[in-house]
Design a protein around this ligand. Structure first.
Ligand code: ADP
Ligand code: MG
Length: 474
């Protein structure tokens, strides 16, 4: 069987480390991370050497090195191992590379920058730690709370606190967190784990991705140690499994997961689960599993609002210690609305840039620096589409967009549409004015100002505008 074949190949002599595997490693990473993330972080990575099972790569700045080491270590190792199992350890050093030949300007010679190399990880043996490492930045203190995530945050805190109390109880079991990509599910789970680790270190906490859970389980099958596997899980006090949508469909793992889950719940142990959908919407999940997952508290993370994005950016910029002008942060919060991870990616690029050039960034250079990211976010929206959607949303006739009527009930939606036209299309104020029944550009300007103020002062309107924006861009 396939399982035996794999075992055999593990036992046979290890293949030689080969340098030309490197381009394939990069290809894998690119495919896995997507073009944008790949270009932000791996564009400038260079292979230095492979020696005695240690792969050494370099990046040109300390910032990039640290970033890749904390965020992509596991992915880098996994991709490398997939191409070349002889690589057991990976170390990233900081070294300036010669400028690419296509670029103009003086080419800096390759010179190592004195910065201690950090081994990012060791490939452990088969008894590797069951729990995945926790990201030190994912704490409650670093989680910015806003309307879209306040329920999930409160629930996570409640679990962490009650669970860490001397006479611990299990407030809701399981806590099921769900929401789209990059909205903070993993962050909250790590935050719970950190909290418990500091307040009740004697409690055994396991955090792992559903993929890792499956991997562990399949490996246990392969080495016929399913008993150990079960024991390990059944002795935990708090089990957190991230991204369970990946468990769906895999029958035997689902079965095992279900048994583990039930055993823990019966013993009054706390479970926290995350997924990208609510239990009832998870496809490929057995019915009994689905209903069991929904027993406790189901808390969702909503898409971010402008306010929350700005709050997050402020907090992260401050934590980085690098000065980023408010205008630039506002620009980012406006332009990148999909998920917080991308927002962070953009901010980190700006921070890296600031550190490299040693100058506070301007709005113009932020534009330039992020143009690829921003382009991906700019769908072509037409003024007609905007007028139509806005009219629909506020339940007025499309004709009111161009009419001369000034009653607030139609004037306000019209202003919203003008504001969105300014925001989402490259059209100038006079062009927009013309599209709204030949209005003057000062009228459009006034509308934009007015709506900008109102989105701050009037929460409901702010949400309407945000919703419309998102609908138009998706
Ligand atoms: P998910 O697991 O939901 O896909 P993550 O928890 O990995 O998302 O979050 C993606 C990134 O965004 C992380 O770096 C996380 O720290 C950050 N993030 C998300 N929400 C917040 C928030 N409310 N405050 C601070 N950082 C956040
Ligand atoms: Mg996650």
């Amino acid at each position: 069987m396939a399982i035996h074949a794999t075992v055999k190949s593990r036992i046979s002599a290890e293949p030689e480390a080969k340098v030309d595997d490197w381009s394939r490693v990069l290809k894998r990473l690119r495919a896995e991370l997507g073009e944008t993330a790949f270009r932000s972080w791996f564009q400038e990575i260079r292979l230095e050497r492979i020696e005695d099972g240690e792969g050494v790569v370099s990046l040109p700045t300390r910032f990039l090195r640290n970033w890749v080491a904390t965020h992509y270590a596991d992915k880098l190792i996994a991709a490398w191992r997939a191409e070349n199992p002889a690589v057991r350890r990976v170390t990233i050093i900081v070294a300036l590379h010669a400028a690419p030949p296509a670029r103009q300007g003086s080419a800096a010679p390759a010179a190592p920058v004195p910065a201690a190399p950090i081994p990012i990880a060791e490939i452990g043996d088969d008894r590797a730690q069951l729990s995945a490492p926790l990201d030190p930045r994912f704490t409650f203190a670093n989680f910015v709370v806003g309307k879209p995530n306040e329920l999930a945050n409160a629930a996570a805190r409640r679990v962490a606190e009650t669970f860490s109390a001397p006479l611990h109880s299990v407030p809701f079991n399981p806590l099921f967190l769900y929401g789209g990509v990059g909205l903070g599910k993993t962050h909250l789970m790590h935050a719970i784990a950190w909290y418990v680790r500091t307040h009740a270190p004697q409690r055994k906490v396991i955090y792992l991705s559903a993929e890792k859970f499956m991997y562990q389980f399949i490996r246990a099958l392969r080495y016929r140690s399913t008993m150990d596997f079960k024991e390990q899980f059944r002795s935990v006090d708090l089990l957190m499994i991230d991204d369970v949508q990946f468990i769906s469909g895999k029958d035997s793992t689902q079965e095992e997961f279900f048994h583990t889950f039930n055993a823990l719940v019966d013993q009054n142990r706390q479970i926290v689960i995350s997924a990208d959908k609510s239990p009832s919407d998870l496809a490929g999940l057995e019915e009994r599993m689905r209903s069991r997952l929904g027993w406790g508290l189901v808390a969702d993370l909503h898409p971010t609002t402008y306010e929350l994005r700005l709050g997050i950016l402020h907090a992260k910029a401050e934590a980085s210690g690098v000065k980023v002008p408010d205008k630039v942060l506002e620009f980012l919060a406006h332009k990148i609305s999909s998920n917080v991870r991308e927002l962070e990616g953009a901010l980190n690029r700006i921070i890296a840039h600031t550190q490299l050039v040693g100058r506070v960034i301007t709005l113009e250079s932020a534009h330039e620096l992020l143009h690829d990211l921003l382009r991906a976010h700019e769908r072509h929206v037409t003024i007609d589409e905007i007028q139509k959607k806005v009219a629909e949303h506020f339940n007025i006739k499309m004709a009111e967009m161009t009419s001369a009527r000034r009653a607030r009930i139609v004037a306000r939606p019209r202003q919203v549409a003008m504001y969105l036209a300014k925001q989402l299309t490259p059209r100038s104020l006079p062009e927009i004015g013309r599209k709204f029944g030949g209005r003057d550009h000062t009228t459009v300007m006034h509308a934009c100002k007015k709506i900008e103020e109102l989105t701050v002062a009037d929460r409901a309107l702010g949400e309407d505008v945000e919703l419309l924006r998102r609908m138009l861009l998706s």
